[in-house]
Design a protein around this ligand. Structure first.
Ligand SMILES: [Zn+2]
Ligand SMILES: [Zn+2]
Length: 437
C-alpha cells in the first residue's frame, strides 16, 4: 500500500465525517460490552482449551449477522461479512487466559481453577488482557455492521486461540485462514498495554515485538565421586562455562545495532553434594528482531557449547545437545510502516492526536506477526491499547513504584475506558481502510 499524505488526509476526512457519531454509538453499546467483558474475565480458559470462550464469541458474531465458522485451527472462530466490492480487512483478537491465580482484589476477579496438562490444579486468569481484545473485537463488529452503508469490502473477524503458547495463529493459517475464507489486504490487531494509560493508544512502526525461541541445552559429562574430580568430566563446571560464554554472543558477535537477548532461565543438574553428575540441563529464551540475528544466535550457541565440551576433552558423542523448540518459535512482529502510519492517523482523528503516541519496540513476543509472514506478505499492524487507570498511572509516576505488568496476578486494566477506546480506534481504522480509494 502506498498513499500520499494528501490521500491519507482526504480519506481520513471522508471516513470521519461520515461517522462523526461513532463515539456516541460506542458509548451506547458499553453496557452490553461491559457485561461481555465481565463474563469473559470470570470464565477464562487456558491455551488450547478455549472452547466456551469460542462458543460465546461465535454466538455474539452470529447475533450481529456475521457468517461464522467455528473450530478453525483448534478453537478459532472466523466471522465474515461480505459487503460489496472493496478491500478485505482482517481484525484479530486472541482468546486464551493464563495459569495465574488472580490477585487484583476486584469484585469481578476470576476464581477459576482447573487441572493443567501435568495434572496440577492451577488458577486461570486473563492476565494478558485478551478479554479486552475479544470485547473490543465484538464491539467493533457491532459498529461495522451497524454502519455498513458507510463502507464496502469484506470484513474478516478472527478470534484466535493459543496465543500464549505460540500455536494459534500457526494453526489457523495452516487450516486455510487465507485460502478457505479470504486473503486479507490488511490485518490489524491490538494488545492492551500495562504501561500506557487507558484512553490512549501507542504504536510502533516497523519491528514491534520480537522473535522468540525456546532452546534447551543438555550438557553432558562423565560423572563420578565428588572427591575424585580428576577422574570425571564435570558437567556442572562445563555448564557454568557455557552460561558465561553465552554472554559474549550478544556482546561480542552480534552487531550492537541489532537487538539480541539470550537469557538462561533455568539450570538443573546433579543430585547430591558429593556426586559429580553426568548431565546438566539449561533452558534458554532467545529474543531478536532480525531473522538473521536469530540464526546467528542459534549457530553461535551450537558452536560455543561444542567448543567448550571439546576443550574439556569430551568426545564428539558427548558434545552438548542444543534443542530448538521450533514448534514454539514465534517470529517477530513487523508493523508495516505505511499501514501503521495510516492506522495511526485514523486513530488520531477518532480519539485525538494527543492520545496517540509512538512507542518503542519490545522484546516480548506475539504470534500476530505470523499473519504477515505467509508468502502473501500481507501488511499487518498491531497497536498498544492503554489499559492503566489514569489515577493509578499518575500515582505510579509520582512514587516510582512499578505498575503490575502483563501476566501479573495484579494486572487490573481500567476496562470500560480501554474497551471504548479499543472499539473506537479499531472501528475507525477499519472504516478508513475500507474507504481508502
Ligand atoms: Zn501474554
Ligand atoms: Zn497477550
Amino acid at each position: 500500500m502506498r498513499l500520499s499524505p494528501l490521500a491519507l488526509g482526504l480519506i481520513a476526512t471522508l471516513s470521519w465525517h461520515a461517522n462523526a457519531n461513532l463515539k456516541q454509538q460506542v458509548a451506547e453499546s458499553m453496557p452490553e460490552l461491559e457485561s461481555l467483558y465481565l463474563h469473559l474475565h470470570q470464565n477464562p480458559e487456558l491455551s488450547y482449551k478455549e472452547e466456551k470462550t469460542a462458543g460465546r464469541l461465535a454466538d455474539e458474531m452470529r447475533r450481529l449477522g456475521y457468517d461464522v465458522t467455528e473450530n478453525v485451527g483448534g478453537f478459532g472462530v472466523v466471522g465474515m461479512l461480505k459487503n460489496g466490492d472493496g478491500p478485505t480487512v482482517m481484525i484479530r483478537a486472541d482468546t486464551d487466559g493464563l495459569p495465574i491465580i488472580e490477585e487484583t482484589g476486584k469484585s469481578y476477579a476470576s476464581k477459576v481453577k482447573v487441572k493443567d496438562d501435568a495434572g496440577n490444579l492451577v488458577g486461570v486468569m486473563h492476565g494478558c488482557g485478551h478479554d479486552i481484545h475479544m470485547t473490543s473485537l465484538i464491539g467493533t463488529a457491532k459498529q461495522l455492521m451497524a454502519n455498513k452503508e458507510k463502507w464496502q469490502g469484506t470484513l474478516m473477524l478472527v478470534a484466535q486461540p493459543a496465543e500464549e503458547v505460540g500455536g494459534g495463529a500457526k494453526a489457523m493459517l495452516k487450516e486455510g485462514l487465507y485460502t478457505q475464507f479470504a486473503k486479507p489486504d490488511h490485518v490489524i490487531g491490538l494488545h492492551v498495554s500495562a504501561a500506557v494509560p487507558a484512553g490512549k493508544v501507542a504504536i510502533a512502526p516497523g519491528y514491534a515485538l520480537a522473535n522468540v525461541d525456546s532452546v534447551d541445552i543438555i550438557v553432558k559429562g562423565k560423572g563420578g565421586h565428588g572427591a575424585y574430580p580428576h577422574t570425571t568430566i564435570d558437567p556442572v563446571v562445563l555448564a557454568s562455562r557455557i552460561v558465561l560464554g553465552l554472554q559474549t554472543i550478544t556482546s561480542r558477535e552480534i552487531s550492537p545495532l541489532e537487538p539480541s537477548v539470550i537469557t538462561v532461565g533455568s539450570i538443573h543438574g546433579g543430585s547430591k553434594h558429593n556426586i559429580i553428575s553426568n548431565e546438566v540441563k539449561l533452558q534458554l529464551t532467545l529474543r531478536s528482531y532480525n531473522p538473521n540475528v536469530r540464526e546467528q544466535q542459534i549457530a553461535a550457541i551450537k558452536r560455543l557449547t561444542a567448543g567448550i565440551a571439546h576443550s574439556a576433552g569430551l568426545e564428539d558423542s558427548l558434545v552438548p545437545e542444543v534443542i530448538v523448540h521450533e514448534s514454539e518459535s514465534i517470529p517477530s512482529t513487523y508493523n508495516n510502516p505505511e499501514l501503521a502510519e495510516f492506522v495511526t492517523s485514523a486513530i488520531k482523528q477518532e480519539i485525538g492526536a494527543e492520545n496517540v503516541e509512538q512507542s518503542q519496540p519490545v522484546m516480548a513476543g506475539e504470534d500476530f506477526g505470523l499473519y504477515g509472514r505467509t508468502d502473501d506478505n500481507v501488511p499487518i499492524t498491531i497497536f498498544w491499547l492503554g489499559g492503566v487507570n489514569q489515577a493509578v498511572f499518575d500515582a505510579a509516576q509520582k512514587s516510582g513504584e512499578p505498575l503490575p505488568s502483563l501476566h501479573s496476578s495484579k494486572f487490573a486494566p481500567d476496562y470500560p475506558i480501554a474497551i471504548a477506546t479499543g472499539v473506537r480506534a479499531m472501528s475507525n481504522s477499519a472504516l478508513a481502510l475500507f474507504n481508502q480509494k
